[in-house]
Design a binder for this molecule. Structure first.
Ligand code: UDX
Length: 427
């Protein structure tokens, strides 16, 4: 059991701290946001993450999980420090490292005994080398710290599961000493350790997300070609997925990727390449396909309705994917912007998200959201939408168009209820 400080209680920090407490460590989650810490102390979770609230409550009751605003005190108590602060994109796409630099500043003025400083935040290649160098330049004795790069591979909506069952633990180090500490931290996890340099670990994180996004944009480009040849993209995905070199996951064409990771990480990796005068051709194409994919659905809807002006259109699903309340870079919100721009009256329903801005007009009841609608756009693959009563949908709508933005509805089933299924490469 180790005393662990986790700095930053977003979905990565809170999940990391809670699961480490579940592993039996004594964890101090610290955040400068007093309101957030007060919420956590009262047992409320500021994010929607399946399984997290229960695990937080249990480990708080066991006295293994503490929440505080006092970083100085936590730094005195703990020998292992995880940094999980946000690194949101700047206007030019580079990650904003302000929060990381502030935390390093604070750690450096509280380093009186050896600390293993573990950066889990997603940071550009070379950042952790900068952290190590800057601590030395502040006059900190090299024997007083080790910097480790330990990127996370958590998916929102399954972050707890992903942390309990990782397929790997990536460790970037400058010297072998911290490996023992990392093995002790993750002793409950049955996964291979991938040991590399600080920059190597940063690069693995970016390359991983960039490759996943590439798979998605590849399938989205294939859906455009298949649409022109009247071929079902779902059948092409099946045909690809059986090849173990390709694998069946992340081959779902649709409205494209959103979330707080892929868009940000691709921009950051693109900037990292450009800083070394390398033009990342594929990364640029992956982003371009993702930025324009919605246009293909928009064109189909326009064609089906002839005009969008003053039409009532309902969008189901506002978050960037199911099982989360995160709307960052949500494709649904981007689509709504285009619909509003074309003069449509947009209504929306999401099982969790309630927007406080309008448009769209947000509904809390799913069937109310489609009353007299000319068209329905299903933008995220919530189970609730798949199991809906399509006869009731047809009776309530004014029009009959259903746009399947995630290729997860059954065209034949909708046809049976005289609904007009609209998709890209879904003949
Ligand atoms: C991703 C990575 O999966 C995770 O490993 C990393 O740590 C953080 O970024 P996340 O962004 O939470 O996780 O969600 P993910 O499930 O990867 O989906 C990202 C986006 O891609 C979503 O908008 C989803 O709708 C879209 N997607 C995913 C597709 O469009 N097609 C697919 O086949 C899979």
């Amino acid at each position: 059991m180790m005393k662990v400080c986790v700095i930053g209680t977003g979905y990565v920090g809170l999940t990391t701290g809670t699961v480490l407490a579940e592993f039996g460590h004594d964890v101090y989650c610290v955040d400068k946001d007093q309101h957030k810490i007060q919420l956590l102390i009262r047992g409320h979770i500021p994010i929607y993450e399946p399984g997290l609230e229960e695990m937080v409550k249990q480990n708080k009751q066991l006295g293994k999980l503490h929440f505080s605003n006092n970083l100085q005190e936590a730094l005195q108590i703990c020998s292992v420090i995880f940094i999980t602060v946000g690194t949101p994109p700047l206007a030019d796409g580079r990650p904003n490292l302000t929060y990381l630099k502030r935390v390093i500043e604070e750690i450096s003025s509280n380093l009186t005994s050896h600390k293993t400083i573990i950066i889990k935040s997603t940071v550009p290649p070379g950042t952790n080398e900068w952290v190590a160098t800057s601590l030395l330049e502040k006059g900190i004795e090299p024997t007083l710290f080790d910097v480790v790069s330990n990127p996370e591979f958590l998916r929102e909506g399954s972050a707890v599961w992903d942390m309990l069952h990782p397929d790997k633990i990536v460790i970037g180090i400058k010297r072998p000493e911290p490996i023992k500490t990392m093995q002790a931290l993750y002793r409950n996890v049955n996964a291979s350790f991938i040991i590399t340099s600080l920059t190597g670990a940063e690069m693995i994180k970016y390359a991983s997300n960039a490759f996943l996004a590439t798979k998605i944009s590849f399938m989205n480009e294939m859906s455009r070609i298949c649409d022109a040849y009247n071929v079902d993209i779902k059948e092409v995905a099946l045909g690809l997925g059986t090849d173990p070199r390709i694998g069946p996951l992340f081959l779902n064409a649709g409205l494209g990727y959103g979330g707080s990771c892929f868009p940000k990480d691709l921009q950051a990796l693109e900037q990292a390449a450009l800083q070394k005068n390398i033009t990342p051709e594929i990364l640029l194409a992956v982003q371009k396909v993702n930025d324009t994919q919605i246009d293909f659905y928009f064109a189909k809807l326009n064609e089906a309705l002839t005009s969008l002006k003053n039409k009532k259109i309902t969008v189901w699903g506002l978050a960037f994917k199911p099982e989360t309340d995160d709307t960052r870079y949500s494709r649904a919100l981007h689509f709504i912007e285009k619909l509003v721009g074309a003069g449509a009256e947009v209504h929306a329903y999401d099982p969790i998200v309630q927007l406080d801005t309008s448009p769209p007009i947000c509904h809390t009841m799913i069937y109310e959201s489609i009353e007299n609608s000319d068209a329905l756009i299903v933008a995220t693959e919530w189970d609730e939408f798949k199991k809906i009563d399509w006869k009731k949908v047809k009776d309530l709508m004014k029009g009959s168009i259903v746009v399947d933005g995630r290729n997860f509805l059954d065209p034949q089933l909708l046809k049976r209820y005289h609904l007009n299924y609209v998709g890209v490469a879904r003949p």
